[in-house]
Design a protein around this ligand. Sequence first.
Ligand code: ZN
Ligand code: ZN
Length: 297
Amino acid sequence: MPAGADPDRPDRRLAAALAEVDRVFAGLPRPGPVDGCTWCYSADDLVRLGGDPDEVPDDLLRSFAHEGADHWSADQYGLLWRRFAPRVLRTVAYHRDELVVPWALRGPGSPSAGFGRWPPAHRDAVTGAYAALLAVALVDWPSGDVVELLGPLVRLDDIAAWFARIDPLAGDPPTTPAPGTGSVVKVGVAAGAGPVVEAGLVRLVAHWAVELLDGTPPHWYDPPGDPVGLATGWLCSPAVRDRVAGFARRYPGCRTATEAGVALTALELGEAELLWELPGGPGVGCGCPACGDQPAG
Ligand SMILES: [Zn+2]
Ligand SMILES: [Zn+2]
């Protein structure tokens, strides 16, 4: 199948997920004037927020997207978030420098959003969009930003479940490099799903494991448990370890894959010093075309 026909291509999958969000959340009832924090929002703002979501000015939309759920009545918050979801998710997908992504996506995970009581189609639309964002983020975003993206996601489901929604992780890893190998990453989200998403996963694992060994926890807002424990549990799981080991076997010259494997062992044993056995130490960067990692500095 040519890459252009692949519906799993991360960019296509994201476009389809956003179209589904548009479809599912179109025509939600208007709440009328919004019951929100009157210290932060004028009466005029509150009326606008209750009107047509497309007419809300960008700065007011951004303010709503970033705001904690405690600024809004629990009776309205879940509905409000869904009414703005098409605009907020599209901004995260295509103009993410305009938002603080983990804040903009934390709404459904707030208890007052009542996510568990939403109709299944509404929950699926949000879950589908978040998973599609994760696939694109693995391919296109710096690994540190992928870790931040996982913050709002783990409030809805566990880390492994999010990665299981991305096909290549759920399926069998390829046993040989792609034909014309090596440059899969350069074509980014327009490539077929498997190789580029897998390369992004390996970059994420190397980055995250080294960060944890360095004593830096993920800065997640109100996570459902201990973030370091959640991250370590997932990173050291057989699914992730096997995926990294397979990649390292297929691309023996890939420093990132080697580093990821060593870092996982170090994390499991609690022996950060193992990383310094790598030539040059940790975090040097690879520059190889298989993983697409850029050399540091
Ligand atoms: Zn306020
Ligand atoms: Zn590499």
